[in-house]
Design a protein. Sequence first.
Length: 319
Amino acid sequence: MAIAVTKKKTTRGRRTKSPSKWRVRRARGLQILEVPAFVKLDWLVHGFSTRLGGTSERETLCDGRKLSEKVLNLGFTDWDTRDRVLSNRKKFFQATGAGEMQVIGMQQIHSDVIYRVDSGNLAADANPLKGDALITRERGLLLVVQTADCIPILLADTKRRAVAAIHAGWRGSVRRIAAKALGRMQMEFGTSPEDVIAALGPGIGQSCYEVGPEVAKEFHAQFPQAREWFDSPFDSLVADGNDPNWLPWLTMKPPGHQPPPPTAHLDLIAANCAILIAAGIPPAKVFSSGFCTECRLDLFFSYRREHSTGRQMAAIGIL
């Protein structure tokens, strides 16, 4: 199946950025998304995986029938075998052109914890890294993050030749993990934000990402422009009167019979784009794939849609 790169509208009628600005690398039976601005850098290797290809087997329902499909699951899950995942990862890394680069990942914990990695500090610490962003300026290291709805973000400093891989769920986003990773690059490598290219890979889109008052209130507390990233009823969600602790007293209904709390839809991609631009990256250098993982189950894994599912991977490294 080839990846369609035509423009699409969200269910709310707002046109997304066109995936046609990205390109598809077809290699070893896989289809890898790439950013043309990154491809022009001959010292850089990168890629965003899709679910197409691979050796893992998943059962899907089609017209009431169970069908088996081969998928590129890159995460160690309870339904897949370790050997198949390792085989998938090898195919993905080779398809991106990473070759024999040393792969660096993390135990992702939805935080704002960031690591600078190089061969020296990796050798000194055998314990797995627990966090959600990696930065490096060392050749031969491939930084990776896994997602299945959260936003994968890759950064490349075109002047200082430094890179970052970031996992941004709503908790990491509200803590500005992308801006903090950029800040660490400034501190560690002398990066200037205007020299950085940012790529936001496939993640859940606003029309599919329903959140409750607790999420809306955290964004409202941290960002003056948070209203721009939510649809209605954002204002009612962040109002003190909608505290679910007092809702039963208002409705006078017995426990278990109260109406559910109000919800809104969050544009996590727009939020992270705004965070990166506010941190100094020029808007023309911030690229989004335009793909929603929940809408495009033919191309991507989605935890919200499937629950028991696989993982995509975003990778970046310096040759």
